[in-house]
Structures are given as C-alpha cells and as structure tokens.
Design a protein around this ligand. Sequence first.
Ligand code: NDP
Length: 338
Amino acid sequence: MKALVFEKYGGPEVLEWKDVPDPEPGPNDAVVEVKASAVNYNDIWGRRGAPQEVPLPHISGSDAAGIVTQIGDAVTDVKIGDEVVVHCGRPARGNKEGEGQQYNIWGYDWPALDGAHGEYVCVPSENLAPKPTNLDFEGAASLPLVLVTAWRKLVHKARIKPGDTVLVWGAAGGLGVMAIQIAKMFRADVIAVASSDEKLELCKQIGADHVINRNTQDVRKEVRNIVGRRGVDIVFEHPGQATMGLSVQMASWNGIVVTSGATSGYEGQIDLRHIFFREVELVGSTLGTVFHLQESLDAVQAGYIKPVIHSVLPTKDGGEGQRIVEDDEAVGKVVLVP
Ligand code: NDP
C-alpha cells in the first residue's frame, strides 16, 4: 500500500508518498480501507519532532473513516464491510468517564501503530465506531478527534447548560466549529472569536450568536459590550499562552475556563486574583473515550452537528494540507483522500 511517510523531522517537504508494507491484523485488530482521513495539529507537532519526538519513520493521521476489510480471530464487535470511523485514543475505553487516564494518540504518540495518512490502517477493533449514516466518508473523517475533544470538554467537563454564555477561541478551527455547534445544541449563547471576517462569517452560518475579530477588535471590550461586566460562563480555551490570561479575566463569577491545548505556547500568565476572588474554575480536558465519541456521533446522526470542511486534497498532498493548518488558513477541517 501507499502512505505519506516521513523519515526525518522538518517542514512539509519531508513527507513522501511511498510504498509501505500492508498492515496485518493481530487477534483483536481490524484493517480498515481508508476512504478519507483528516489533518490535525498533532500531525504538525509530530512532523516537526517538537515539542515531542515521534518514532521514525512515521505515518501521521489521527482521524479516518473507511470500510473494514480484515478482522483478527478474536474480533466480534465489527465485521468485514462495516463502514466505520476510528477513535484515536488509547485506551479507547478505560473507565467510561475517561477520568484519570493518560491517552496515547493514534498517529502521534501511539508507537506501535501507523496513522491514518495511507491507503489502509490497522487498529484495535474497540477503537472503531459506526460511521453516521447521514455523512459521506469525507465528512465522517473530519470529525472524530475534534468532535470527541470538544464534546467531553463542554458537556462533561464544563457541564454546559441552556442559557450559558460560551466564548469560543479559534472558532473557525477544528475544535472551534465543533464547539459552536455543541453549544448551540445545548441552547447556549455563543461568542465566536477568530482572526478574519471570512472565518467569522462561517461561524455565524453554523450558529454563533456574536462574533469578534481578534485582529481588528479589542476582544475584552467587545465581550463586555455583549455580556456586561458579568463575564462569560464558559471559556473554550486552547490557543494557550496568547489567550489564557484574558480567558480567565473574561470568565464570570463561578465561570469555567476549560482548556485542552496550547497552540501559541505553554506558559500562559494568569492574574490569580481572578481565580480566587471570583471563584473561577480552571479545568483541563483532553480527548475522551470511545463512549464520548459515540455520544457525540449520536448528536451528529440526529443532525445537531455537521462537518465543516475547508478543503479535500489527495493524501499524497498531505504536506499542503498541513501547511494550510500550520499557516492558520483553515476554515474548518482539511480532509485527505488516498
Ligand atoms: P486548528 O488549527 O484547526 O485551529 C486552531 C485555531 O486557533 C485557529 O483557527 C486560530 O484561530 C486559533 N489561534 C491560533 N493562534 C492563536 C492565538 N495566538 N490567539 C488566538 N487564537 C489563536 O486546531 P484545532 O482546533 O484542531 O486544535 C487547537 C489546539 O488544540 C491545538 O493546539 C491542538 O493540538 C489542541 N488539541 C488538543 C486536543 C486534546 O485532546 N488535548 C485535541 C484536539 C486538539 P484564529 O487565528 O482564526 O483566531
């Protein structure tokens, strides 16, 4: 089979579309013919070899949708011909709530397995979930990692409820477009922040009630204009260093800042008085289990959440897909088709 491989760390130019051995399933594994995969930020961390090195040679890719073509002897939960999406977390199940477990991510720091950017993948069958029947493979492949992360973060960690005001950073990015739709499903009031009017137009189309252009407007001032001095109930945080201090300042009394990323750097500065005087909760959240993915896919199947796709490229051009994400051009997800 062919896959997008890198043998040394570097820019998109280190990626090569080349022959690699076909995957062989172990007793509990399934082989999936990849109909589509997606680009995530961890593909870029992996290819750069920073902040964490990945084993070389490496095939990235933490999202895939496709058709099961082989199963191991002990597999009973899927069968050949099933249309599936892959959940990227190990352990896939663990305790159902996903609490207190350290995840490895398929295609990134799960060393035994190659990722999704090839023609076939081999994963434990417990990592598979049925593809929603109302989506094509490209739409389905664009969802799992960002959907499960945004779902657990808002629903289970931030305990979102009707009437909450939710501020979403990076609102036109992979996590952001999921967060907007989940928050609207819960009848929250959504403030979307992004860096261009084009991105904000998309945010409005998928349900954002208010939009702020962080390049041309003062985010804190605009938030005050929208919610008054009270602040927002939930801040959906992931840019990290560049925004964390402001996120904490903008949270309401008893508000929650829920964070799952650090795109701009790890060392966010916080004025702690905002945490203790106003009893703001700072909550960490990462990925989720296959149970959280199934819950969120039910919301997809019911029509509450839809894929948002920036572009579809051949997998062999995955380097260009990564560049689009790295240069912050993506409005939604970049999808790759072998
Ligand atoms: P995307 O690249 O799709 O979107 C990120 C968004 O962040 C961009 O659209 C950009 O929006 C915004 N952004 C970038 N820099 C800044 C900045 N300095 N200030 C404010 N906003 C900024 O990435 P994802 O949404 O897929 O992922 C976001 C982060 O979350 C990544 O770091 C990723 O690794 C992490 N992540 C963590 C997971 C976990 O389980 N812990 C799971 C999934 C993702 P704009 O420029 O328009 O404002």
